[in-house]
Write a protein that binds this ligand. Structure first.
Ligand code: AMP
Ligand code: ZN
Length: 114
């Protein structure tokens, strides 16, 4: 756990968030500033700074990541209509929180990719 990391603190239950899905490796909760009717964040419970450090993730967590994201989208009710998964990585992508996370965005017809 990185002491100054807000997402580590959320995963540890020190900062409140509503877990809409969770397992041994990941938790999912609503983004504080939603950009769409459904806007969730999926994060690993362990601190990994970004997708650029993917190799630091527990191999078992890596193996389950896509299925966890898909199950989260299904539980949020956006699987049928469709959704977008985004991992902002580094400055050019505008990554603000230095703990790996995937945005799961849906619930409306989304605009084009930047
Ligand atoms: P990114 O630009 O990909 O690093 O996005 C970070 C996201 O984390 C932003 O969409 C923020 O709204 C969101 N965020 C920051 N702090 C919190 C928090 N305490 N709870 C939920 N979402 C948060
Ligand atoms: Zn962290």
């Amino acid at each position: 756990m990185a002491e100054d990391c807000i997402f580590c603190r959320i995963a540890a239950g020190e900062v409140p968030a509503e877990f809409v899905n969770e397992d041994e490796h990941f938790v999912a909760f609503p983004d504080l500033h939603p950009q769409a009717p459904v806007h969730l964040l999926v994060i690993p419970r362990t601190h990994v700074a970004s997708l650029d450090e993917a190799e630091a993730l527990d191999p078992a967590a890596s193996a389950g990541a896509l299925a966890f994201i898909a199950a989260t989208a299904r539980a949020a009710g956006v699987a049928k209509g469709g959704y977008r998964v985004v991992a902002n990585t580094g400055p050019d992508a505008g990554q603000e929180v230095g703990h790996l996370h995937w945005h799961v965005i849906g619930g409306k017809r989304l605009g084009g990719m930047a």
